[in-house]
Design a protein around this ligand. Structure first.
Ligand code: AVJ
Length: 318
């Protein structure tokens, strides 16, 4: 997964946790949330009724897929970043019959190959070229896609984990990778009433608690700590200056933990920040994309204006 804390990104789990817990506020980089257990628990969040992102995004894709296909033209390649089980993309595959090729890019190779086999079975006319890669690092796309238009697909608001400056760098990298004749569909969560955001990111005792508290179980498993999840609570807050949800866990009593040979204090009530989720207005995101070299063709929202999908292009004449 993505990292919002570059200084903690290229370390192993133990070093990264030890360094993060010495920062103030204490931090654990969000990429560590998504081990196999974490990825499965995140699916429970996706299925939960309070988390509006998946449903709002599918509504937008369903409504606009035909227009996307018409703009793209025939013979194109769809490149999905972080394709997981390749479920959302089916809405596009179903609505864009002229598509020639699907290139899922996914770090979990087992999940990638299983998803690719299922897509091949269900879309026999489509050429499927799976790429096992971490899209936050450099990787290559197959040369064959240069023959036609390319549609990048980056759903789910994953980009919003990044600090805005790192998002811009990422968008610029994708601009280069997807090439001259490309389009990019990016799912971006909208800035809105903090009460609506807080309700979506707080579900006391629900899937979000299990997902975030899993980091403690992971530490117990992999770092030999013996933390008790009953000693913590989860709360997401909204930072209105930086326009982001900050998900954190809080010790309920004074604790101390041994990581990488260091004794680290975890005082009662002091947050350990796990994940940022930045929120954008349509204009703010279009400006960011433009600084990264992309031109906005369209920015769609769902009916309730909770979420947005930006349709960007590399084509200068557009
Ligand atoms: C995976 C970062 C897109 O911020 O909406 C959802 C993570 N955490 N509910 C988001 C998340 C709790 C999600 N992203």
């Amino acid at each position: 997964m993505f990292d919002d804390e570059p200084n903690l990104a290229d370390l192993d789990f133990e070093r990264s946790v030890a360094n993060g817990l010495s920062l103030r506020p204490r931090r654990i980089a969000s990429k560590w949330l998504y081990d196999d257990t974490g990825a499965a628990l995140f699916e429970d969040i996706v299925a939960s009724s309070g988390y509006y992102v998946p449903r709002a995004e599918l509504e937008i894709l369903d409504t606009n897929a035909r227009e996307i296909g018409q703009t793209l033209g025939d013979g194109g390649s769809l490149v999905e970043l972080g394709s997981g089980a390749s479920t959302k993309v089916r809405r596009l595959l179903d609505a864009i019959p002229g598509l020639k090729r699907y290139v899922p890019v996914e770090i979990s190779e087992a999940q990638l190959l299983e998803a690719a086999a299922t897509i091949r079975r269900d879309y026999p006319a489509l050429e499927v070229i799976p790429i096992a890669a971490d899209f936050t690092k450099d990787f290559d796309l197959p040369d064959v896609i240069d023959a036609g238009p390319v549609l990048g697909f980056f759903p789910g608001s994953t980009l919003c984990n990044l600090l805005p400056t790192n998002s811009e760098t990422f968008l610029r990298r994708m601009h280069k990778l997807l090439g001259e004749n490309s389009f990019f569909l990016v799912g971006v969560d909208l800035d809105k009433d903090p009460d609506v955001l807080l309700a979506a990111y707080n579900e006391p005792g629900g899937a979000i608690w299990d997902f975030n508290l899993n980091i403690l179980e992971r530490m117990n498993r992999e770092l030999g700590t013996s933390l008790d999840i009953a000693d913590f609570r989860h709360e997401a807050t909204y930072n209105s200056d930086l326009r982001r949800i900050e998900a954190a866990i809080y010790p309920l009593r004074d604790l101390s933990v041994q990581v990488a040979g260091q004794a680290i204090d975890l005082p009662a009530g002091q947050p350990i920040v796990l994940e940022y989720s930045h929120k954008y207005t349509l204009d703010a995101f279009a400006a960011l994309a433009s600084r990264a070299g992309w031109q906005t063709l369209n920015a769609w929202t769902d009916n309730k204006r909770l979420f947005s999908v930006h349709f960007l292009t590399n084509r200068s004449q557009a």
